[in-house]
Design a protein around this ligand. Structure first.
Ligand code: NAD
Length: 501
C-alpha cells in the first residue's frame, strides 16, 4: 500500500519473495496486519466518495489513462510477472495484453451497462415511472492467486473500479510485486484519485484480515479450500462474496474433428504456464475411432516441448513448490492404477520443473481425473460416443471451462450447450477468456458469481429500484381510505385479466 500519511500504522514484519526457477531472493514485502488493512480500507473509502461522484465518462477517461500507462510500462509489468511466477517473458507479456483488453472494455462499457434505465410497469402501476440503477458498493476487497497475477485479479479490480468502487487488493504472497506495481502505476497515471487502488501484502492472515475489514464485497480467486475459509469469515458480517476457484476442464473430440487443430490446442491448453491455469485442459474425452490418432498427435507435439528458464523454453517451473507433490501424486497414482503413460510419467518430475506428461486410459476415479492437477499433465481417455463424452465431462465437482472439437460448428455448439461448464470454446481452447464481453466463472468447486462482461460490472454494484408516482391512481390500493367495494372491483379485474393471459 502506497499511503504514507502520518497516522499510517507502522509495518514491522516482512517476507521475501523468491524466483521459482533459481530460488534467489527477489524482494522484501511488508506483512500487513489488521491495523494496516483497516487504514487502507478507510483511506480507500475516502477516495471512493469522489470517484463515485464523477460522471461516468470522467471515470472512463481516468481508467483509460491507467490502461495507457500499463501499456507503456508493459515490459516492466511483464518482467515482474515473469520474475515472480517463472513463466517465460513472452507469456507474461501476453498476460498483460489480455489485461489491457479487459481494462479497456470495462472502462468503456461501465456507463452503458450501469446507467439508470426505465422499466415497464403493470396495469395497476401505470401511475408510476419505474427505473433502476446500478450503484457502486464502496470498497471492494480483492484476493488474488499467483498463476496469472495481473490478468486474473484485474478481472475484479478493473471492473470494480469502472463501476465506481475503490479496491483494496491482496495479491498472492508469491506475487506481491505485481500487485504493488499495479497500484503504483494507477497512482502515477491518476494522481487526483491516488489510493483508489491500494495493495496490501502478506499471506493467509493478511487475506483473512481483509475479509474481516468491513469491505463491501470480497472477490476471491484461488483454490476451493481457501474459498470456503474466506467465505466463512465473510459470513460473520454478511460481507458479499464472489469465488473464482479451480477447474478440471474437459475437452471433447468428435470423430470428424480436425485432429491436428485439436492436438495443437490441447497441448497448449494443458502445458502452457506449466499447466497452472484454472481453465487449462486437464481431461480429454475422444471418441474411440480417433482416440489413438489424437494421442499420437498430442504426444508428437508435447514431446518437442521442454520447460526451462532459458529463452526458447515452452514453459517455466512450477511456481508453487508444494504443487509439485500434488502433480507427482496424480501421475504416480494414475500409472499405478492402470493408466498408460504415453509421454513422460513419474520421472517427469524434476523440481522445480515438470516435463510434459500425457496419460491415457486413466481410471475415472483416479485423482488425476477428479482433482485439479495444476501441472503440465493431460489425460486422454477414449469414449464410445459424444453422449458418453458429455456425461464424463459433466461428472466432476468442478465446472469452470470446457472445449469441444467438432468439424461441424453447429453440432459443436450443440454439444457445448449440454456441458455444465461456465464457459465453453468450440474448436479452440480458452477462447472465452480473451473476450472481455463474456462473463467468466463456474459453479460447484469452481466457485460462483461472474467476473468480466456486463455481469462482471454488475457484480460490483448494488441495484436500486425507484418508482416516481406520475399521477394519483384512480384506485389507490396502498391507502386505508379506499372503499372496500373499489378494492373488490380491482381484485375482480385482476382475476379476469390473469385468467386470460
Ligand atoms: P490459494 O487458495 O492458495 O490462495 C489464493 C489467495 O488466498 C492468496 O492470495 C492467499 O494468500 C490467500 N489466502 C490463503 N489463505 C487464506 C485465508 N485463510 N484467508 C484469506 N486469504 C487467504 O490459491 P493459489 O494457490 O494462490 O491459486 C491457485 C488456485 O487458484 C487454483 O485452484 C486455480 O485454479 C485458482 N484460480 C482460479 C481462477 C479463476 O478465475 N477461476 C484463476 C486463477 C486461479
Amino acid at each position: 500500500m502506497t499511503d504514507t500519511t502520518p497516522d499510517t500504522p507502522p509495518r514491522s514484519a516482512t517476507f521475501t519473495t523468491h524466483s521459482p526457477a533459481t530460488g534467489t531472493a527477489l524482494a522484501e514485502h511488508p506483512v500487513d496486519g489488521p491495523q494496516r488493512i483497516a487504514h487502507a480500507v478507510a483511506q480507500a473509502r475516502k477516495v471512493q466518495a469522489d470517484w463515485a461522484a464523477l460522471p461516468a465518462s470522467r471515470r472512463r477517461d481516468q481508467l483509460l489513462r491507467w490502461k495507457r500507462a500499463l501499456a507503456s510500462d508493459l515490459d516492466t509489468v511483464a518482467r515482474t510477472i515473469a520474475e515472480e511466477t517463472g513463466k517465460p517473458p513472452g507469456d507474461a507479456a501476453l498476460e498483460v495484453v489480455l489485461t489491457l483488453e479487459h481494462l479497456g472494455w470495462a472502462a468503456r462499457n461501465a456507463e452503458r451497462v450501469l446507467r439508470r434505465r426505465r422499466v415497464g410497469t403493470g396495469v395497476f402501476t401505470v401511475h408510476q415511472r419505474a427505473s433502476l440503477v446500478h450503484r457502486p458498493l464502496g470498497v471492494v476487497g480483492v484476493i488474488g492467486p499467483w498463476n496469472y497475477p495481473c490478468y486474473t485479479p484485474m478481472g475484479s479490480i478493473g471492473y470494480a473500479l469502472a463501476a465506481g468502487n475503490a479496491v483494496v487488493f491482496k495479491p498472492s504472497e508469491l506475487t506481491p510485486g505485481t500487485g504493488v506495481l499495479l497500484a503504483e502505476l494507477f497512482d502515477a497515471a491518476v494522481p487526483a484519485h491516488a489510493g483508489l487502488l491500494a495493495t496490501v501484502t502478506g499471506a493467509a492472515a493478511t487475506g483473512e484480515a481483509l475479509a474481516r475489514s468491513g469491505v463491501d464485497k470480497l472477490a476471491f480467486t484461488g483454490s476451493p479450500g481457501t474459498a470456503r475459509k474466506v467465505m466463512a469469515v465473510c459470513a460473520e458480517t454478511l460481507t458479499p462474496f464472489l469465488a473464482e476457484c479451480g477447474g478440471k476442464d474437459a475437452v471433447i473430440v468428435t470423430a470428424d474433428a480436425d485432429l491436428d487443430a485439436a492436438a495443437d490446442a490441447i497441448v497448449w491448453g494443458a502445458l502452457s504456464n506449466a499447466g497452472q491455469t484454472c481453465a487449462g485442459v486437464e481431461r480429454v474425452y475422444a471418441v474411440r475411432e480417433i482416440h489413438e490418432a489424437l494421442c499420437e498427435r498430442v504426444v508428437a507435439r508435447a514431446g518437442k516441448l521442454r520447460p526451462g528458464a532459458e529463452s526458447g523454453a515452452a514453459y517455466g517451473p512450477m511456481t508453487l513448490p508444494g504443487q509439485i507433490g500434488i502433480v507427482e501424486r496424480h501421475v504416480t497414482g494414475a500409472v499405478s492404477s492402470g493408466a498408460r503413460a504415453l509421454l513422460g510419467g513419474p520421472e517427469s518430475i524434476q523440481a522445480p520443473y515438470v516435463t510434459p506428461v500425457v496419460l491415457s486410459d486413466v481410471p475415472e476415479n483416479a485423482a488425476a481425473m477428479t482433482e485439479e492437477t495444476f501441472g503440465p499433465v493431460v489425460a486422454i481417455n477414449a469414449v464410445a460416443d459424444v453422449d458418453e463424452a458429455v456425461s464424463r465431462a459433466n461428472d466432476s465437482r468442478y465446472s469452470l471451462g470446457a472445449a469441444v472439437f467438432c468439424r461441424n460448428r453447429r453440432a459443436g455448439a450443440a454439444i457445448a450447450a449440454r456441458l455444465r461448464a461456465g464457459a465453453v470454446s468450440v474448436n479452440s481452447v480458452l477462447g472465452f477468456a480473451a473476450v472481455p464481453a463474456l462473463p467468466f466463472g463456474g459453479s460447484q468447486d469452481s466457485g460462483f458469481g461472474r467476473i468480466h462482461g456486463e455481469e462482471g460490472l454488475r457484480a460490483f454494484t448494488s441495484v436500486q429500484s425507484t418508482t416516481v408516482q406520475r399521477f394519483t391512481p384512480p384506485i389507490a390500493l396502498t391507502s386505508f381510505e379506499v372503499p372496500a367495494a373499489a378494492r373488490e372491483r380491482a381484485v375482480r379485474l385482476a382475476r379476469a385479466l390473469h385468467r386470460r393471459r
